[in-house]
Design a protein around this ligand. Structure first.
Ligand code: BTN
Length: 341
């Protein structure tokens, strides 16, 4: 595996920087920039600049346009940068990882790594994107990924044997994410079975683990993580379940490159430990973070719904639900606090 200091940046898809990206780089400081200045710097006409501004707005950025002053972002933004991310990574993560690839846009960071996986191992590859056009959630749901409003990344990992509790990996990843957020000063973050990151009774983020196994000899996983930082209210309203973001927990948000590096660090450590210890290493922590414990919920699985009280999780990650006094155990499903009856 890669031995540290040679961690590669933005390979293997080194891309030409688009004009749209360059426009955003100019606006990133949060100050006003006139159309004339942007046009001269980038060799663009006023009409072309306006088109790029409109695309950035459609992707979720709030950009003001003021006659006589020019364009300005609602708030300055630290754009994601692979070298800055690497500077914040621990020695351990630098040793374990192969690439940190930062993209300006992608369909889905998970799909990106899964496509690469068709050609060979993606062990230790990290893909981060500023925007996902078709971000994917669990159970074929959409993951809203507006530009600059969240963190969207995936990590590839190869397990050289297929562990019995592989299906619990996403639970361990949830624990790693909470650890990272706690380190960054976000307290009170919890987990909702199986792999939602919650604050109170609102969803803050999610994990999507996709696995490819070969004759049960090894497993390659793609661990995808989405965390809301500051969702535009229009998008919050369009999401069916109660949703929150980091900015509603703490007004002060750490620089985004540090945020993502801390998450990558903890997840890398967890992937490494999971290899030898499995879910047992994280189960007690998971139980302490369970936001649904003792709550009345509705569990949906294959068009069937069960309403009951959450008793917690078994050692093998199954959810225990008391339904009319009978204990039922579930391997998968979707629980919600909103009970339609
Ligand atoms: C869920 O809660 O349903 C899981 C959400 C996972 C979203 C992340 S964002 C980065 C990665 N790429 C995707 O398309 N999905 C995951």
């Amino acid at each position: 595996m890669n031995t540290n200091r040679n961690l590669k940046y933005n390979t293997p898809t080194e891309k030409k920087i688009s004009k749209r990206q360059q426009v955003l780089e100019i606006l990133a400081d949060g100050l006003f920039h006139s159309g004339e200045e942007i046009g001269e710097t980038l060799g663009l006409t006023r009409a072309a600049i306006w088109k790029h501004i409109q695309s950035l707005q459609e992707e979720g950025l709030e950009i003001y346009s003021v006659r006589g002053r020019g364009y300005c972002l609602e708030q300055n933004i630290e754009l994601l940068n692979s070298q800055l991310i690497s500077q914040h990574l621990s020695k351990h993560a630098l040793h374990e990882l192969a690439h940190v690839n930062v993209l300006f846009d992608v369909d889905s960071t998970n799909s990106f790594l899964l496509r690469r996986l068709e050609k060979g191992s993606v062990h230790g590859e990290v893909v981060v994107s500023e925007y996902q056009s078709t971000g994917r959630g669990r159970r074929d749901s959409q993951w809203f990924s507006p530009r600059g409003a969240g963190l969207y990344f995936s990590i590839g990992w190869r397990f050289n044997e297929v562990l019995a509790d592989m299906h619990c990996l996403s639970l361990s990843i949830g624990v790693a994410i909470v650890r990272a957020l706690n380190q960054l000063g976000f307290n009170g973050v919890g987990l909702k079975w199986p792999n939602d990151i919650y604050f109170g009774l609102e969803k803050l983020g999610g994990v999507l683990v996709e696995t490819r196994m070969e004759n049960a000899a090894y497993a390659e996983v793609v661990v995808g993580v989405g965390i809301n930082i500051s969702l535009p209210s229009k998008i919050k309203q369009s999401i069916e379940q109660a949703t929150c973001d980091l900015i509603s927990i703490n007004k002060e948000i750490p620089p985004r490159n540090k945020l993502i590096a801390t998450l990558i660090d903890e997840i890398t450590l967890t992937l490494k430990t999971f290899q030898s210890k499995g879910f047992q290493n994280d189960i007690e922590q998971w139980r302490k973070l369970d936001v649904a414990k003792e709550k009345k919920v509705m569990l949906q699985l294959d068009n069937q719904s069960n309403i009951g009280r959450v008793l917690g999780i078994e050692d093998n990650g199954m959810l225990k639900l008391s339904v009319n006094g009978v204990i039922k155990k579930f391997m998968s499903g979707q629980i919600s606090f909103k009970i339609d009856q």
